[in-house]
Design a protein around this ligand. Structure first.
Ligand SMILES: *[C@@H]1O[C@H](CO)[C@@H](O)[C@H](O)[C@H]1NC(C)=O
Ligand SMILES: *[C@@H]1O[C@H](CO)[C@@H](O)[C@H](O)[C@H]1NC(C)=O
Ligand SMILES: *[C@@H]1O[C@H](CO)[C@@H](O)[C@H](O)[C@H]1NC(C)=O
Length: 377
Protein backbone atom coordinates (compact mmCIF):
# COMPACT_ATOMS: atom_id res chain seq x y z
CA UNK A 1 0.00 0.00 0.00
CA UNK A 2 1.20 3.53 -0.74
CA UNK A 3 2.16 5.40 2.46
CA UNK A 4 -0.10 8.31 1.44
CA UNK A 5 -3.07 5.96 1.15
CA UNK A 6 -2.27 4.68 4.61
CA UNK A 7 -2.18 8.21 5.96
CA UNK A 8 -5.50 9.02 4.30
CA UNK A 9 -7.17 5.85 5.65
CA UNK A 10 -5.77 6.41 9.07
CA UNK A 11 -7.07 9.97 9.22
CA UNK A 12 -10.53 8.83 8.15
CA UNK A 13 -10.42 6.23 10.92
CA UNK A 14 -9.36 8.87 13.41
CA UNK A 15 -12.10 11.28 12.41
CA UNK A 16 -14.67 8.55 13.01
CA UNK A 17 -13.07 7.62 16.32
CA UNK A 18 -12.92 11.23 17.44
CA UNK A 19 -16.48 12.01 16.60
CA UNK A 20 -17.38 9.05 18.77
CA UNK A 21 -15.26 9.63 21.85
CA UNK A 22 -13.07 12.65 22.01
CA UNK A 23 -14.97 15.76 21.00
CA UNK A 24 -14.49 17.20 24.49
CA UNK A 25 -10.73 16.78 24.37
CA UNK A 26 -10.34 19.11 21.40
CA UNK A 27 -9.95 22.78 22.01
CA UNK A 28 -12.14 24.96 19.82
CA UNK A 29 -10.43 27.96 18.23
CA UNK A 30 -12.04 30.61 16.13
CA UNK A 31 -8.94 32.72 15.59
CA UNK A 32 -5.27 32.42 16.49
CA UNK A 33 -2.40 30.03 16.94
CA UNK A 34 -3.19 26.33 17.29
CA UNK A 35 -2.12 24.62 20.52
CA UNK A 36 1.69 24.33 20.25
CA UNK A 37 1.26 25.83 16.76
CA UNK A 38 4.72 27.40 17.07
CA UNK A 39 6.31 24.05 18.08
CA UNK A 40 7.96 25.56 21.14
CA UNK A 41 7.06 22.40 23.09
CA UNK A 42 9.25 19.72 21.61
CA UNK A 43 10.09 16.05 21.96
CA UNK A 44 12.14 14.57 24.82
CA UNK A 45 15.77 13.90 23.81
CA UNK A 46 15.07 10.17 24.20
CA UNK A 47 12.51 10.43 21.40
CA UNK A 48 14.98 11.87 18.93
CA UNK A 49 17.91 10.63 16.88
CA UNK A 50 19.95 13.75 16.19
CA UNK A 51 17.30 16.14 14.88
CA UNK A 52 14.94 13.42 13.66
CA UNK A 53 11.80 12.91 15.73
CA UNK A 54 11.08 9.23 16.26
CA UNK A 55 7.70 8.96 18.00
CA UNK A 56 4.35 9.59 16.41
CA UNK A 57 3.17 11.54 19.49
CA UNK A 58 6.54 13.06 20.51
CA UNK A 59 5.53 16.66 19.74
CA UNK A 60 2.76 17.80 22.11
CA UNK A 61 -0.62 18.41 20.41
CA UNK A 62 0.63 17.03 17.06
CA UNK A 63 0.72 13.67 15.41
CA UNK A 64 3.60 13.11 13.01
CA UNK A 65 4.80 10.60 10.44
CA UNK A 66 7.57 10.30 7.88
CA UNK A 67 11.00 11.92 8.08
CA UNK A 68 10.40 14.84 10.40
CA UNK A 69 13.06 16.93 12.11
CA UNK A 70 12.85 19.25 15.07
CA UNK A 71 14.96 22.34 14.36
CA UNK A 72 16.27 24.88 16.83
CA UNK A 73 17.13 28.39 15.69
CA UNK A 74 20.81 28.85 14.93
CA UNK A 75 21.29 25.22 13.92
CA UNK A 76 23.44 24.72 10.83
CA UNK A 77 22.70 22.80 7.67
CA UNK A 78 25.81 22.46 5.51
CA UNK A 79 26.98 26.07 5.77
CA UNK A 80 23.51 27.61 6.01
CA UNK A 81 22.37 28.94 9.36
CA UNK A 82 18.73 28.04 9.97
CA UNK A 83 16.64 30.84 11.43
CA UNK A 84 13.18 30.54 12.92
CA UNK A 85 10.71 33.44 12.64
CA UNK A 86 9.14 33.17 16.05
CA UNK A 87 10.53 31.68 19.21
CA UNK A 88 13.33 29.18 18.91
CA UNK A 89 11.93 26.10 17.28
CA UNK A 90 10.32 24.79 14.09
CA UNK A 91 9.85 21.47 12.33
CA UNK A 92 11.15 20.36 8.99
CA UNK A 93 9.00 18.12 6.82
CA UNK A 94 11.41 15.78 5.04
CA UNK A 95 10.43 13.02 2.61
CA UNK A 96 6.80 12.05 2.98
CA UNK A 97 6.54 13.74 6.38
CA UNK A 98 3.18 14.80 7.79
CA UNK A 99 2.17 16.86 10.78
CA UNK A 100 -1.44 16.78 11.82
CA UNK A 101 -3.65 18.14 14.53
CA UNK A 102 -7.32 17.77 15.20
CA UNK A 103 -9.47 20.89 15.38
CA UNK A 104 -12.89 21.48 16.85
CA UNK A 105 -14.82 23.57 14.34
CA UNK A 106 -18.38 24.56 13.49
CA UNK A 107 -19.94 22.55 10.68
CA UNK A 108 -20.61 24.39 7.39
CA UNK A 109 -18.33 27.25 8.50
CA UNK A 110 -15.40 28.48 6.38
CA UNK A 111 -11.90 28.63 7.86
CA UNK A 112 -8.51 29.72 6.70
CA UNK A 113 -5.21 28.28 7.85
CA UNK A 114 -2.05 30.39 7.97
CA UNK A 115 1.43 28.97 8.52
CA UNK A 116 5.00 30.14 7.97
CA UNK A 117 7.29 28.10 5.77
CA UNK A 118 10.82 28.34 4.46
CA UNK A 119 12.28 26.38 1.59
CA UNK A 120 15.55 24.58 2.29
CA UNK A 121 17.47 22.56 -0.30
CA UNK A 122 15.18 21.58 -3.18
CA UNK A 123 14.26 24.14 -5.80
CA UNK A 124 10.56 23.36 -6.12
CA UNK A 125 9.09 22.18 -2.86
CA UNK A 126 5.39 21.56 -2.33
CA UNK A 127 3.10 21.04 0.60
CA UNK A 128 -0.22 19.27 0.53
CA UNK A 129 -2.50 20.90 3.09
CA UNK A 130 -5.71 19.04 3.80
CA UNK A 131 -8.81 18.85 5.90
CA UNK A 132 -10.70 15.81 4.64
CA UNK A 133 -12.19 15.72 2.05
CA UNK A 134 -10.52 18.91 0.81
CA UNK A 135 -6.85 19.39 0.01
CA UNK A 136 -4.60 21.83 -1.79
CA UNK A 137 -1.04 21.58 -3.02
CA UNK A 138 0.85 24.78 -2.20
CA UNK A 139 3.97 25.60 -4.19
CA UNK A 140 6.83 26.55 -1.82
CA UNK A 141 9.01 27.70 -4.66
CA UNK A 142 9.34 31.44 -5.06
CA UNK A 143 10.61 33.30 -1.99
CA UNK A 144 8.91 36.65 -1.34
CA UNK A 145 10.88 37.86 1.70
CA UNK A 146 14.57 38.52 2.29
CA UNK A 147 14.49 36.29 5.40
CA UNK A 148 13.31 33.32 3.31
CA UNK A 149 10.25 32.84 5.56
CA UNK A 150 6.85 33.41 4.03
CA UNK A 151 3.39 32.95 5.48
CA UNK A 152 1.00 30.83 3.39
CA UNK A 153 -2.75 30.50 3.60
CA UNK A 154 -5.31 27.88 2.62
CA UNK A 155 -9.05 27.64 3.26
CA UNK A 156 -11.62 24.91 3.83
CA UNK A 157 -15.28 24.46 4.66
CA UNK A 158 -15.87 22.28 7.72
CA UNK A 159 -17.94 19.17 6.96
CA UNK A 160 -17.75 17.84 10.52
CA UNK A 161 -17.44 19.36 13.98
CA UNK A 162 -14.04 17.70 14.49
CA UNK A 163 -11.54 17.64 11.64
CA UNK A 164 -7.90 16.75 11.10
CA UNK A 165 -5.72 19.44 9.63
CA UNK A 166 -2.68 17.89 8.03
CA UNK A 167 0.35 19.31 6.26
CA UNK A 168 2.24 16.79 4.18
CA UNK A 169 5.43 17.01 2.13
CA UNK A 170 4.85 14.64 -0.80
CA UNK A 171 8.48 15.06 -1.95
CA UNK A 172 11.00 12.26 -2.39
CA UNK A 173 14.42 13.88 -2.42
CA UNK A 174 17.69 12.01 -2.43
CA UNK A 175 18.48 13.61 0.89
CA UNK A 176 15.50 12.66 3.10
CA UNK A 177 16.15 15.73 5.28
CA UNK A 178 15.36 18.11 2.42
CA UNK A 179 12.00 19.78 2.69
CA UNK A 180 10.39 22.95 3.97
CA UNK A 181 10.66 24.23 7.53
CA UNK A 182 7.29 24.96 9.11
CA UNK A 183 6.52 27.22 12.05
CA UNK A 184 3.44 28.86 13.53
CA UNK A 185 0.18 27.36 12.39
CA UNK A 186 -2.94 29.45 13.00
CA UNK A 187 -6.61 29.34 12.04
CA UNK A 188 -9.27 31.99 11.44
CA UNK A 189 -13.01 31.82 10.80
CA UNK A 190 -13.98 33.39 7.47
CA UNK A 191 -17.22 34.98 6.41
CA UNK A 192 -19.22 33.02 3.84
CA UNK A 193 -17.91 33.67 0.31
CA UNK A 194 -21.52 34.30 -0.72
CA UNK A 195 -21.89 37.35 1.51
CA UNK A 196 -22.71 40.46 -0.58
CA UNK A 197 -23.20 44.06 0.41
CA UNK A 198 -26.09 46.05 -1.04
CA UNK A 199 -23.91 48.71 -2.70
CA UNK A 200 -21.45 46.39 -4.44
CA UNK A 201 -22.06 43.48 -6.81
CA UNK A 202 -18.64 42.04 -5.92
CA UNK A 203 -18.12 39.87 -2.87
CA UNK A 204 -15.43 41.00 -0.43
CA UNK A 205 -14.48 43.80 -2.85
CA UNK A 206 -12.85 45.76 -0.02
CA UNK A 207 -10.75 42.74 1.08
CA UNK A 208 -11.89 43.20 4.65
CA UNK A 209 -12.12 39.45 4.96
CA UNK A 210 -8.91 37.50 4.46
CA UNK A 211 -6.53 35.00 6.04
CA UNK A 212 -5.02 35.34 9.51
CA UNK A 213 -1.93 37.54 9.79
CA UNK A 214 0.30 37.23 12.86
CA UNK A 215 0.48 40.49 14.80
CA UNK A 216 4.29 40.57 14.53
CA UNK A 217 4.52 39.48 10.88
CA UNK A 218 5.44 42.51 8.75
CA UNK A 219 5.35 40.73 5.37
CA UNK A 220 1.67 39.86 4.92
CA UNK A 221 0.43 36.42 3.91
CA UNK A 222 0.54 34.67 0.53
CA UNK A 223 -2.63 33.39 -1.07
CA UNK A 224 -1.74 30.49 -3.41
CA UNK A 225 -3.54 29.61 -6.67
CA UNK A 226 -7.22 28.89 -5.97
CA UNK A 227 -9.48 27.68 -8.78
CA UNK A 228 -13.24 28.01 -8.89
CA UNK A 229 -14.20 24.81 -7.14
CA UNK A 230 -12.07 25.42 -4.06
CA UNK A 231 -12.54 27.71 -1.12
CA UNK A 232 -10.44 30.83 -0.98
CA UNK A 233 -8.72 32.44 2.02
CA UNK A 234 -9.81 35.65 0.25
CA UNK A 235 -13.56 34.92 0.17
CA UNK A 236 -15.11 35.61 -3.23
CA UNK A 237 -11.79 35.78 -5.10
CA UNK A 238 -9.91 33.22 -7.18
CA UNK A 239 -6.14 33.30 -7.69
CA UNK A 240 -5.24 32.02 -11.13
CA UNK A 241 -1.65 30.91 -11.70
CA UNK A 242 0.48 27.79 -12.00
CA UNK A 243 2.79 28.42 -9.09
CA UNK A 244 2.54 32.12 -8.24
CA UNK A 245 0.53 33.90 -5.57
CA UNK A 246 -0.95 37.19 -4.48
CA UNK A 247 -0.11 38.72 -1.12
CA UNK A 248 -2.72 39.80 1.42
CA UNK A 249 -1.42 42.84 3.30
CA UNK A 250 -2.79 44.29 6.54
CA UNK A 251 -3.23 47.89 7.70
CA UNK A 252 -1.05 47.56 10.86
CA UNK A 253 2.06 46.87 8.73
CA UNK A 254 1.24 48.41 5.33
CA UNK A 255 -0.35 51.45 3.73
CA UNK A 256 -3.82 50.18 2.83
CA UNK A 257 -6.20 52.50 0.90
CA UNK A 258 -9.25 51.52 2.91
CA UNK A 259 -10.04 49.40 5.95
CA UNK A 260 -8.06 46.45 7.27
CA UNK A 261 -6.66 44.72 4.20
CA UNK A 262 -5.63 44.97 0.54
CA UNK A 263 -4.02 42.72 -2.06
CA UNK A 264 -0.50 43.21 -3.39
CA UNK A 265 -0.02 41.80 -6.89
CA UNK A 266 3.48 40.38 -6.44
CA UNK A 267 3.94 38.10 -9.43
CA UNK A 268 3.55 40.24 -12.55
CA UNK A 269 1.45 38.73 -15.31
CA UNK A 270 2.06 35.20 -13.99
CA UNK A 271 -0.83 35.54 -11.58
CA UNK A 272 -4.33 37.02 -11.75
CA UNK A 273 -6.83 38.05 -9.09
CA UNK A 274 -10.26 37.08 -10.45
CA UNK A 275 -13.92 37.26 -9.52
CA UNK A 276 -16.90 36.18 -11.59
CA UNK A 277 -20.08 38.14 -11.22
CA UNK A 278 -23.57 37.77 -12.68
CA UNK A 279 -24.39 40.46 -15.21
CA UNK A 280 -27.17 41.18 -17.67
CA UNK A 281 -26.01 41.26 -21.32
CA UNK A 282 -26.14 44.73 -22.94
CA UNK A 283 -26.45 46.47 -19.58
CA UNK A 284 -23.78 49.01 -18.48
CA UNK A 285 -21.65 48.65 -15.38
CA UNK A 286 -18.96 50.65 -13.64
CA UNK A 287 -15.97 48.99 -12.02
CA UNK A 288 -14.03 51.30 -9.69
CA UNK A 289 -11.04 50.52 -7.47
CA UNK A 290 -7.96 51.92 -5.73
CA UNK A 291 -4.43 51.27 -7.07
CA UNK A 292 -1.49 52.14 -4.85
CA UNK A 293 1.60 50.91 -3.04
CA UNK A 294 1.80 49.26 0.36
CA UNK A 295 4.64 51.50 1.71
CA UNK A 296 6.94 48.49 1.64
CA UNK A 297 9.64 49.96 -0.60
CA UNK A 298 8.14 48.90 -3.92
CA UNK A 299 9.26 51.93 -5.92
CA UNK A 300 8.93 52.89 -9.56
CA UNK A 301 6.40 53.15 -12.36
CA UNK A 302 3.99 50.42 -11.40
CA UNK A 303 0.91 49.53 -13.42
CA UNK A 304 -2.15 47.33 -13.10
CA UNK A 305 -4.00 45.68 -16.00
CA UNK A 306 -7.71 45.35 -15.40
CA UNK A 307 -10.33 43.67 -17.51
CA UNK A 308 -14.06 43.10 -17.24
CA UNK A 309 -15.41 40.47 -19.58
CA UNK A 310 -13.97 39.91 -23.04
CA UNK A 311 -13.91 43.46 -24.34
CA UNK A 312 -13.23 45.97 -21.57
CA UNK A 313 -9.58 46.50 -20.65
CA UNK A 314 -7.67 49.23 -18.88
CA UNK A 315 -4.04 49.81 -17.94
CA UNK A 316 -3.68 51.94 -14.81
CA UNK A 317 -0.21 53.41 -14.27
CA UNK A 318 0.78 54.36 -10.73
CA UNK A 319 4.02 56.12 -9.81
CA UNK A 320 5.21 54.70 -6.51
CA UNK A 321 7.75 56.16 -4.10
CA UNK A 322 7.41 53.03 -2.01
CA UNK A 323 6.07 55.07 0.89
CA UNK A 324 2.32 54.55 0.53
CA UNK A 325 -0.42 56.28 -1.41
CA UNK A 326 -3.05 55.41 -3.96
CA UNK A 327 -5.30 56.71 -6.69
CA UNK A 328 -8.73 55.65 -7.87
CA UNK A 329 -9.54 54.38 -11.34
CA UNK A 330 -12.72 53.38 -13.17
CA UNK A 331 -13.69 51.14 -16.02
CA UNK A 332 -17.16 51.42 -17.57
CA UNK A 333 -18.32 48.55 -19.73
CA UNK A 334 -21.32 46.95 -21.34
CA UNK A 335 -21.73 43.32 -20.33
CA UNK A 336 -21.71 40.77 -23.15
CA UNK A 337 -22.47 37.70 -21.04
CA UNK A 338 -24.45 36.44 -18.07
CA UNK A 339 -21.22 36.07 -16.18
CA UNK A 340 -18.50 38.71 -16.31
CA UNK A 341 -14.99 37.95 -15.15
CA UNK A 342 -13.26 40.84 -13.37
CA UNK A 343 -9.48 40.35 -13.58
CA UNK A 344 -6.58 42.27 -11.98
CA UNK A 345 -2.95 41.67 -12.88
CA UNK A 346 0.27 43.49 -12.21
CA UNK A 347 1.44 44.72 -15.63
CA UNK A 348 5.01 43.69 -14.93
CA UNK A 349 7.42 42.10 -12.47
CA UNK A 350 8.67 44.61 -9.94
CA UNK A 351 11.31 44.15 -7.25
CA UNK A 352 12.39 45.97 -4.10
CA UNK A 353 15.99 46.97 -3.32
CA UNK A 354 16.49 43.61 -1.55
CA UNK A 355 15.55 41.85 -4.84
CA UNK A 356 12.29 40.38 -3.49
CA UNK A 357 9.18 40.53 -5.67
CA UNK A 358 6.59 43.22 -5.09
CA UNK A 359 3.88 45.07 -6.97
CA UNK A 360 0.96 47.47 -6.91
CA UNK A 361 -1.83 46.98 -4.40
CA UNK A 362 -5.54 46.82 -5.18
CA UNK A 363 -8.28 47.74 -2.75
CA UNK A 364 -11.89 48.86 -2.45
CA UNK A 365 -13.10 47.28 -5.69
CA UNK A 366 -16.70 48.14 -6.47
CA UNK A 367 -18.98 47.08 -9.27
CA UNK A 368 -22.32 48.82 -9.75
CA UNK A 369 -24.85 48.94 -12.58
CA UNK A 370 -25.01 52.22 -14.50
CA UNK A 371 -28.66 53.14 -14.96
CA UNK A 372 -29.51 54.56 -18.36
CA UNK A 373 -30.75 58.14 -17.91
CA UNK A 374 -34.48 58.47 -18.47
CA UNK A 375 -35.43 60.44 -21.54
CA UNK A 376 -37.06 63.75 -20.66
CA UNK A 377 -40.60 64.14 -21.92
C1 LIG B 1 -3.27 15.64 -0.66
O1 LIG B 1 -3.64 14.98 0.53
C2 LIG B 1 -4.98 14.49 0.53
C3 LIG B 1 -5.27 13.92 1.91
O2 LIG B 1 -4.31 13.00 2.29
C4 LIG B 1 -5.17 13.48 -0.58
O3 LIG B 1 -6.50 13.04 -0.61
C5 LIG B 1 -4.81 14.14 -1.91
O4 LIG B 1 -4.90 13.22 -2.96
C6 LIG B 1 -3.42 14.72 -1.86
N1 LIG B 1 -3.17 15.46 -3.10
C7 LIG B 1 -2.12 15.25 -3.87
C8 LIG B 1 -2.06 16.05 -5.13
O5 LIG B 1 -1.26 14.45 -3.57
C1 LIG C 1 20.21 7.11 14.38
O1 LIG C 1 20.52 7.47 13.05
C2 LIG C 1 21.73 6.86 12.58
C3 LIG C 1 22.05 7.48 11.20
O2 LIG C 1 20.94 7.46 10.36
C4 LIG C 1 21.50 5.35 12.50
O3 LIG C 1 22.67 4.72 12.03
C5 LIG C 1 21.15 4.85 13.90
O4 LIG C 1 20.84 3.47 13.85
C6 LIG C 1 19.96 5.62 14.47
N1 LIG C 1 19.74 5.24 15.86
C7 LIG C 1 18.54 4.91 16.32
C8 LIG C 1 18.47 4.62 17.78
O5 LIG C 1 17.53 4.86 15.59
C1 LIG D 1 -28.11 33.86 -20.16
O1 LIG D 1 -29.06 33.18 -19.36
C2 LIG D 1 -30.29 32.95 -20.04
C3 LIG D 1 -31.28 32.40 -19.04
O2 LIG D 1 -30.66 31.59 -18.06
C4 LIG D 1 -30.04 32.03 -21.21
O3 LIG D 1 -31.25 31.79 -21.89
C5 LIG D 1 -29.03 32.69 -22.14
O4 LIG D 1 -28.74 31.81 -23.18
C6 LIG D 1 -27.79 33.07 -21.39
N1 LIG D 1 -26.96 33.86 -22.27
C7 LIG D 1 -25.66 33.75 -22.38
C8 LIG D 1 -24.97 34.67 -23.30
O5 LIG D 1 -25.04 32.92 -21.74
Amino acid sequence: MEPTTMVARRSVAFVILLIAVAARAVFAITEGLLPNGHFEQGPAKSEMNGTRVLGRYSIPHWEISGFLEYIESGQKQDDMLLQVPEGERAVRLGNDATIQQQLAVTRHTYYSITFSASRTCAQAEKLNVSVTPESGVLPIQTVYTSSGWDSYSWAFKARHSTVWLSIHNPGHEENPACGPLIDRVAVKTLRSPHHVKTDNMLRNGDFEDGPYIFADTPWGVLVPPITEDEHSPLPGWMIMSDTKVVKYVDAPHHAVPRGAGAVELVAGRECALVQEVRTVPRRSYKLSFAVGDAANGCEGNLAVDVSAGRAAKLNVPYESHGTGGYKRAELEFVATDNLTRVVFQSANHYTKSDATLCGPIIDDVRLVPVHARRRRM
